[in-house]
Ligand binder design. Structure first.
Ligand code: CDP
Length: 230
């Protein structure tokens, strides 16, 4: 071993026994990306609880910007920049509890629309990176493994067939599957085709098809990946 190290070496790489894939010694990020209805929220929340990590739903941030833009109009990027968010069990946007309001179908569509705006993305990615700079996190979204935290120790891309995803979402919302399937196809197309940070499998991500798997089975598989990366 050479006693001198390249000046660009990070702290993590200076310690011979530091686990690979960790961005720093003090934090660990598990990134879970995938399309609507793939089970990200349920799985990410359960995984965070099992690991004792903090859970972040980045989609709630885009939804909050979508809601504020629907209500107030104007530039979505301005709505994003001025947004004061508190995300925990409840989602507070500018002091107002919007936990239920952001789940409405018109807000899903508005979120997907504002998410195509590079100014909105820059503002929210900045907030997300600030949060993730400390602590252990399970983060779900569309661009966590590709853009927000490409150094994440574990990256997972959750999928399921469109029919299965629509069935799950229809159960959640109490609406009919055909309507959900139509809205979902539109949002999938928008999220995948957009120019900025489209939904894509990150390099190094493990693709997990959740069709026919229970939540527990999916959580267990990801927990094993986390164990292996420590
Ligand atoms: O829960 P669901 O998968 O239906 O959507 P979500 O995660 O709440 O995200 C709502 C919308 O925000 C998505 O359709 C994306 O357009 C956008 N989004 C994004 O662009 N990047 C993220 N990291 C998270 C969400």
């Amino acid at each position: 071993l050479s006693p001198t190290r390249a000046s660009s070496a990070t702290w993590a790489s200076c310690w011979p026994d530091s686990p690979p894939g960790r961005g720093s010694l003090s934090r660990m990020v598990v990134a879970i990306d995938g399309p609507a209805g793939a089970g990200k929220s349920t799985v990410a929340r359960a995984l965070a609880r099992a690991l004792g990590f903090i859970y972040l739903d980045s989609g709630a941030m885009y939804r909050a910007v979508g809601l504020m833009t629907l209500r107030q109009g104007g530039a979505a990027s301005e709505r994003a920049e001025e947004l004061e968010l508190q995300i925990g069990e409840r989602v507070l946007a500018n002091g107002e509890d919007v936990t239920e309001a952001i789940r409405a179908p018109d807000v899903s569509e508005a979120a997907s629309k504002v998410a195509t705006n590079p100014g909105v993305r820059a503002a929210l990615v900045k907030k997300q990176r600030e949060l993730l700079s400390d602590g252990d996190w399970v983060v779900e979204g569309r661009d966590i493994g590709t853009v927000v935290a490409p150094e994440a120790a574990v990256k997972v891309f959750l999928t399921a067939s469109p029919e299965e995803r629509a069935r799950r979402r229809a159960d959640e919302l109490g609406t009919d599957v055909d309507t959900v399937l139509r809205d979902q196809a539109l949002r999938d197309a928008q999220d995948t085709a957009r120019e900025h940070s489209p939904l894509a499998v990150a390099p190094g991500a493990v693709e997990l098809d959740t069709d026919g798997l229970t939540v527990e089975q999916v959580v267990e598989r990801i927990a094993r990946l986390v164990e292996a990366s420590r």
